[in-house]
Design a protein around this ligand. Structure first.
Ligand code: PGA
Length: 248
């Protein structure tokens, strides 16, 4: 099973449903649709309406983030995993580099993962090295630490999908070389196996400047279980072309 996950970030108003209607129509008729799943994460403001509309349809709706408390609290502006689950979200992105840059520490991220799983949300946990770390050749060390400081055996690997997103690649048009990416994905899977065991090792996605042209470079990397797509997920044509070109 492959995953194509759209991350809308700060994009979208009620009218943007048109984009998802087109993607949903494509997926429901696609001859390859048994081979993959499409998940899209609009902003909080659209979660309830979009989740309702796509409840029994081909695509799934999830959240981009949450506050690190389980249920209700007195934190102004905060939204808990319980609240996103209650409006229909089925999964949640946690640990995106945008949020890490805003102060999400490993400790805080672990709480977000814990409470999300508790509320029956599938967690897409993001990790990735920055440009300096890549240059210093400490990518492996950085990723291992990001994984082992947050993910623990009791979470059960089946509740988690890992997304490897090099920070230097997000929105830059740059993607890792095939050799680097294969090496990194193998290291990530090895680290995950140590935590969760071979039977419930999480799927691993790649994210960062994935588009309908460069998707063909990723096709041959069989270790990859799918993609987390930012910019290109805001256009139905670009998103659909990514899926089409992946299976071409
Ligand atoms: P991008 O974003 O595809 O626009 O590079 C990916 C992400 O940040 O999840």
């Amino acid at each position: 099973m492959r995953y194509f996950v759209g991350n809308w970030k700060m994009f979208g108003v009620p009218n943007s449903i048109g984009i998802l209607n087109k993607i949903n129509r494509f997926v429901s008729k696609d001859k390859n649709n048994k081979k993959y799943r499409v998940l899209v994460s609009p902003p909080f403001t659209l979660l309830e309406s979009f989740s309702k509309i796509f409840k029994k349809k081909a695509i799934r709706i999830g959240s981009q983030n949450c506050f690190h408390k389980d249920y209700f609290s007195s934190n102004t502006g905060a939204i808990s995993p319980y609240m996103v689950r209650k409006v229909g979200a089925e999964f949640i992105i946690i640990g995106h580099s945008d949020n890490r840059a805003e102060g999400d520490s490993n400790k805080l991220l672990q709480k977000k993962v814990l409470f999300s799983i508790k509320n029956n949300l599938k967690v897409i946990f993001c990790i990735g090295e920055n440009k300096t770390e890549k240059r210093k050749k400490i990518t492996g060390k950085v990723l291992k630490s990001q994984i082992t400081k947050v993910l623990i055996k009791k979470f059960n690997g089946k509740n988690i999908i890992l997304a490897y997103e090099p920070i230097w690649s997000i929105g830059s048009g740059k993607i890792p070389s095939e050799k680097d990416l294969i090496g990194t994905i193998r290291l990530i899977k090895k680290t995950l196996k140590k935590i969760f065991g071979t039977k419930s090792v999480p799927k691993v996605l790649y994210g960062g400047s994935v588009d309908s042209k460069n998707i063909k470079n990723f096709k041959k990397i069989i270790e990859l279980d799918g993609f987390l797509i930012g910019g290109a997920s805001k256009s139905s044509k670009n998103f659909i072309d990514i899926i089409k070109n992946y299976y071409r």
